[in-house]
Design a protein around this ligand. Sequence first.
Ligand code: NAP
Length: 353
Amino acid sequence: MAEGRKIPVGILGATGAVGQRFVQLLVDHPWFELTALAASERSAGRPYGEACQWVIPGDPPYQVREHLVRPLVPDLPAKIVFSAVPADVAREIEPQFAQRGYLVCSNASAFRNVADIPLLIPELNADHLAMVERQRVQRGWPGLLVTSPNCTITGVAMALKPLDAAFGVRKVFMTSMQAISGAGYPGVSALDITDNVIPYIAGEEEKFQQELQKLLGHVSEGVLTPADLVVSAHANRVAVLDGHTVSLSVGFEQRPTPDDAIAVLRAYRPALASAGLPSSPKHLIRVMSEPDRPQPRRDRDAEGGMALSVGRIRPCPILDLRMTTVIHNTLRGAASGAVLNAELLVAAGYAEA
Ligand code: NAP
């Protein structure tokens, strides 16, 4: 990143649960200057502090309280835009921004499984950024579009990427316990979630296999070959504010012992391309040995909400290994993950054109 001027960035869906996390992360970012907040017609034209129902700890930062929210049209004073709008809105608006030259870092699911759109976790698959060259040629975009994965599968992929490289992941059986904030604001009704578990999250289970195959896939000459694995998933909403927990059983091509897996996870070092990015944590994977960890309330904030916590690694009588993961869904699983993607784009020189 060149010394001097910060890169102007905007947020699409700035008033939502993820948008607020973006605001929090970007008001004081070393590379980026937050110059535009956009949301629906309901919010456009109003001061941010008034339009936004602040749902995360603290208050809206003073720097943005009086900032007027803009409508969601591609004329924002920014080079990079972070998208945190519902998928149907993203499907329409994100290509328009890329067409107008913006670098779009999306949290929405609309384009995650489209062949020429990278799905990125920079410490795992920074090389997938090569897909962007074909995307720009094929679509004639002066800008580009990259996406962040589903918040639940983000944690699973962080645990399985090193294990896949060492032992070949073939089968994944997973039960998620997903936090309320994953449903946005106002999200799930208090009468539904208090004292309860809801064993259904619309559209969620279908995303897990496709996204995990893409995240663990290989890119050659800009073309992705998905990983050869199968996922069976149960998605549940639980009465936790932040932090998605997943219980996993995993089948491998070469069967590791728990100690083999622990050694591989502890030794994992992220791809070089992500080294030195401001949002990348010092320690990506925390392998926990306590019998009752990880837990969302105690472990979601590790490394500023950017680390994966994994524990309870033990044999599985049906597949090969069992384990539990915890990830912060609105930080690593959403806003911070997308900010890290933008940092990767900058480090790769895409913000200079
Ligand atoms: P949310 O709280 O419902 O916020 C949605 C945002 O989009 C608000 O700023 C809203 O503006 C804006 N918006 C809604 N409809 C619009 C329209 N027709 N035109 C323009 N703007 C519109 O949702 P969220 O939880 O932040 O999620 C945002 C996106 O991130 C979704 O695609 C979601 O799937 C994805 N995501 C969420 C999480 C999570 O943990 N929450 C994790 C990963 C990915 P107004 O306030 O003006 O209505």
